[in-house]
Write a protein that binds this ligand. Structure first.
Ligand code: GLU
Length: 429
């Protein structure tokens, strides 16, 4: 399995229908009317953008992108923008829906949104990438703003892309509003904490879950799939917490060492050679498929959606799965592993909320000019991640039946409840 490879339309469709299925089940679990599902399912708005990038010698190339604004009951739409060769409108809608629940569960004053452009940014020059980003903003800027919709980084987008979004928005509207986008470079009002926030949050929930299961994370073996911003930092912080990182991978493959890897050294290799597979001091190289089926305590899929499916779910041997990516397990696989194999799965909307939690602090800082420091942001993040995990775990055990319902059901139930309450108060239901 290569997480960088393009997936087919069927897979995008099933990603969206998985989201719809969880929602349908949770609506009935909460004893809500069936029409609540219909009211919550459809995004409020989906914008499609055609972007033309002109490059010397290559003529004009056309790209397509979207911004899906799923729900605004709790506040402005909030969520990242991904640049990925296989992204589809269905993916973007599914991911925006997921942001609605993620933000609600984290107690943030945001609705859910997500953007995507179908492109392989690794094949563009810096100038082309800037042109692409600015073209995307020209397509969506009328619907974006600090109180309307606040984009952020996601797969293959970074601080520089956020800086271009900020600037293009300024050029088009005359509003030099830093809070229109989060995940910016520090000098433009960003927080350096944002860079490692998602990975750090993943490590914190893994540590807290390990405490509940085994008393400690120390000495526990961990495999991490994906070595981008989420995977690398999750590995680094888990290593610092005393866990043993035995395997990591990226889109080219992975490496395994039963004695444990040094995440920072692996990162240096990836930065200089382009992949973790060139890291030398290892027992062996492994494929992504092998990584997912390692006999480890903790598995952190932090690459892309639907890497654990009906086809490979029976091979999974980890006891705890922490979803660093959005939707790395299909619904079916998640149910099978949770309920049949009793694997504890910390769902994405809980596990990877660290990024948007720090985005919220950045957005507040930009608006009030009263800067919350990096250290304070990190403390808020750590507290929020562990208290959110505790709240979901408690709800799962006391209000639901862990033999029949997954932790995802519990997380979604809490989130959907909040959104429904806000919609009722606004007069939508
Ligand atoms: N893209 C991230 C996510 O999926 C963060 C979104 C944000 O910071 O707004 O949660």
């Amino acid at each position: 399995m290569n997480p960088g490879k393009a997936r087919g339309a069927a897979s995008s469709r099933s990603f969206l229908s998985d989201q719809e299925n969880v929602l349908r089940r949770v609506v009935s679990l909460l004893g809500l009317d069936d029409n609540v599902y219909e009211v919550l399912r459809l995004p409020e708005r989906v914008i499609q953008v055609k972007i033309i990038v002109r490059s010397p010698g290559q003529g004009s190339r056309v790209f397509v992108g979207w911004r899906s604004q799923h729900n605004s009951a709790l506040g402005p739409y909030k969520g990242g923008v991904r640049f990925h060769p296989s992204v589809s409108v269905d993916d973007v809608v599914a991911l925006s829906m997921m942001m609605t629940w993620k933000n609600a569960l984290a107690g943030l004053p945001f609705g859910g949104g997500k953007g995507g452009v179908r492109v392989d940014p690794r094949k563009l020059s810096v100038r082309e990438l800037e042109e692409l980003t600015r073209g995307y903003v020209r397509g969506i800027y009328k619907y974006v703003g600090p109180d309307e919709d606040v984009p952020a980084p996601d797969v293959y987008t970074n601080q520089q892309v956020m800086a271009w979004i900020l600037d293009e928005y300024y050029r088009l509207t005359g509003r030099n509003a830093a809070s229109v986008v989060t995940g910016k470079p520090k000098v433009l009002g960003g927080l350096s904490t944002r860079t490692y926030a998602t990975g750090f949050g993943v490590a914190v929930v893994a540590r807290e879950a390990a405490k509940r299961l085994w008393g400690t994370i120390e000495g526990k073996t961990v495999a991490v799939q994906g070595y981008g911003n989420v995977g690398y930092y999750a590995a680094k912080f888990l290593h610092e917490m005393g866990a043993k990182i035995v395997a990591v991978s990226d889109s080219k493959g992975g490496v395994f060492d039963s004695k444990g890897l040094d995440p920072e050294a692996v990162k240096r290799t990836k930065s200089s050679t382009g992949s973790v597979i060139y890291y030398r001091h290892v027992e062996k190289r492994i494929s992504n498929e092998e990584l997912l089926s390692l006999d480890v305590d903790v598995l952190v899929p932090a690459a892309i959606e639907h890497v654990i499916t009906e086809e490979n779910m029976s091979d999974v041997r980890a006891k705890l799965i922490v979803e660093g990516a959005n939707g790395p397990l299909t619904e079916h696989a998640s149910y099978f592993l949770s309920l049949r194999r009793h694997v504890v799965i910390i769902p994405d909307i809980l596990a990877n909320a660290g990024g948007v939690i720090v985005s919220h602090i950045e957005w507040m800082n930009n608006r009030i000019g009263n800067y919350i420091t990096e250290e304070e942001a990190l403390r808020i993040l750590e507290n929020k991640m562990s208290s959110n995990l505790a709240a979901v775990w408690k709800f799962w055990e006391s209000e639901l039946d862990p033999g029949k319902h997954t932790m995802r059901d519990a997380a979604y139930a809490l989130a959907v409840k909040r959104v429904v309450e806000a919609m009722q108060l606004r007069g939508y239901m």
